[in-house]
Design a protein around this ligand. Structure first.
Ligand code: ADP
Ligand code: MG
Length: 542
């Protein structure tokens, strides 16, 4: 008699398991790595991604590319996540981390296919990754913090290495100086949100400038503003969340009237309310009045007559930054404009940048802050410049907190590869082969750097292996001369945390993917979520 079939899961459930499932996940991750492969390094190419609303993004940054791609494969999303976390944690090395994870998996694939248990691979990889991280810590060169000159030159080198693989590589000296100056202006905690970045289309990249204070665009100018002074020293600054416009009161009350005189009374009352407010502001002694809400033409004219400056509709973030930098607090009424709620700064001025007017507050007493005004031709270009500078800023912050550096351009990866290969010789059993596989995987970085530059990768890698075997620990790819060079001497420096984080994250992702041997997709969630994990595509922020 035939046995009845046992049904565990709902009809239509798609489940695949076992070795084929692991291999298929590895292949998916390989495809992700291939998507960003060509962007690595100074000679890497950029990607132009057009999303479904037609917005074009040009980028060289691994995390940005993967975020924009909207990947749905559940295992491959792991790689997107490590790129994002690398971006959040250290800010740079996002392409490298994806490539490393992809290569670890690729090296593991033949062993999995031949029937080595995934847990054996995982154990070996974990051990190798821990050894590699320890080795990076051991190799990293400490830079003396006590010497400001030396520290600054170290920061400049890290910033310029980070920028050398970006669209703005030609201007890397200009921008690395700007980035380092910007970070040095901050206080000890180096808060990222105290560096404002404003993008202004037009002009050349070199017209970009660094303002040591707050700067923001004036969104609205009413009649009368031409008469206002455009520059003050040591002004008092009123920060308001108050609407200074005539029509303001009519939304607050409903009044029924039946003759003209009463209407006139109401109009007069409205004027009086407005003038009362304006007078209080004037009497407070404030010279610069900023408000989140509109400041209308009557108010603008009133302030202009009294040698005061005003700007309405200031973006909340800018107003907060002004408050943090200049002191004072944001007021929702004008009843209590005492000195302690007014901010101040050494110099206020309004200047013309491109087609826009900018308000600049410099010499701020309270918080250390600065603003980058970026100029450039196309919008996409400025946006990519902003992302590149963000990477460099993160790198400089990292390097300040943690002042150990290693040489880039594949040098540290080659040294790790050699070290792991040496270590593997000392252990017996399957683990030896697996650690050797990981050693081989590290070579992906220098190989890809060569390939992206059009070099003969086999030839250069042979030279690198040879020089590392002879003790040249900082030898890496020389991008300019199609050769190898001591990249420590050549000042291709990267903070060691970038590498440590990349190795740990890539190894974790590899182990995670290898440990998944079954994907079960139940029919309901695949209908709703379009195949992704449940919850996606329903307005949840990603
Ligand atoms: P990631 O997103 O991983 O930072 P990048 O495209 O920025 O990717 O490339 C970084 C790689 O390029 C690093 O391995 C770094 O060492 C290498 N690199 C940067 N500048 C140079 C240089 N001048 N010469 C050789 N390699 C470089
Ligand atoms: Mg980079």
């Amino acid at each position: 008699m035939m046995q009845p079939q046992i049904i565990l899961l709902k009809e239509g459930t798609d489940s695949s398991q076992g070795v084929p499932q692991i291999v298929s996940n590895i292949n998916a991750c390989g495809a992700i790595a291939d998507a960003v492969r060509t962007t690595l390094g100074p000679r890497g190419m950029d990607k132009l991604i057009v999303d479904n609303s037609g917005k074009a993004t040009i980028s060289n940054d691994g995390a940005t590319i993967l975020k924009t791609l909207d990947i749905v494969h559940p295992a491959a999303r792991t790689l997107v996540d490590i790129a994002k976390s690398q971006d959040a944690e250290v800010g740079d090395g996002t392409t490298s981390v994806v490539l490393l994870a992809g290569e670890f998996l690729k090296q593991a694939k033949p062993y999995i296919e031949e029937g080595v248990h995934p847990q054996v691979v995982i154990r070996a990889f974990r051990r190798a990754a821990a050894l590699a991280v320890d080795k990076v810590k051991e190799l990293a060169v400490q830079i003396k913090k006590s010497d400001p000159e030396e520290q600054k030159s170290m920061l400049l080198k890290c910033a310029s290495t980070s920028l050398s693989s970006k669209l703005v590589a030609h201007q890397k000296e200009f921008f690395s100086k700007m980035v380092v100056d910007a970070v040095l202006m901050l206080d000890e905690l180096l808060p990222l949100n105290m560096i404002g970045i404003k993008k202004i289309t037009g002009g050349a990249l070199e017209d970009s400038r660094l303002v040591d204070g707050v700067a923001f665009k004036k969104t609205f100018s009413y009649a009368g503003f031409e008469m206002q002074p455009k520059s003050y020293s040591d002004p008092k600054i009123a920060l308001l969340n108050v609407e200074l416009e005539l029509k303001a009161e009519k939304e607050n009350a409903e009044i029924r009237i039946d003759n003209v005189t009463e209407y006139q009374k109401i109009v007069d009352a409205e004027w009086k309310i407005l003038y009362d407010k304006l007078e209080k502001i004037h009497l407070s002694g404030a010279k610069v009045v900023l408000s989140k809400l509109p400041i209308g033409d009557v108010a603008t004219q009133y302030f202009a007559d009294r040698d005061m400056f005003c700007a309405g509709r200031v973006v909340e973030e800018d107003l907060r930054r002004t408050m943090k930098a200049c002191g004072g607090s944001i007021q929702t009424s004008v009843g209590n404009l005492k000195n302690n709620v007014l901010g101040t700064c050494q110099k206020f001025e309004e200047i013309q940048v491109g087609g826009d007017r900018y308000n600049l507050f410099t010499g701020c007493p309270q918080a250390k802050t600065c603003t980058l005004l970026l100029r450039g031709g196309a919008e996409q270009f400025i946006e990519e410049t902003e992302r590149s500078l963000h990477d460099a800023i993160m790198i400089v912050r990292r390097a300040m907190k943690n002042d150990a550096v290693v040489a880039g351009g594949g040098a540290i990866e080659m040294e790790l590869s050699k070290y792991l290969r040496d270590c593997s010789r000392t252990i017996a059993g399957k683990e030896q082969l697996l650690m050797g596989a990981m050693a081989k995987a590290f070579e992906v970085i220098p190989r890809q750097l060569c390939e992206n530059a059009g070099f003969d990768a086999t030839n250069i890698l042979n030279k690198l292996r040879q020089s590392h075997a002879q003790g040249g620990r900082w030898f890496g790819v020389d991008i300019l001369n199609e050769d190898i060079a001591d990249n420590y001497e050549a000042f291709v420096w990267e903070p060691s945390v970038v590498k440590i984080n990349a190795i740990t994250a890539a190894a974790e992702a590899t182990c995670l993917i290898l440990s998944v041997d079954e994907t079960i997709r139940n029919p309901k969630s695949s209908q709703e979520g379009g195949g992704g994990p449940p919850g996606r595509g329903r307005g949840r922020p990603m």
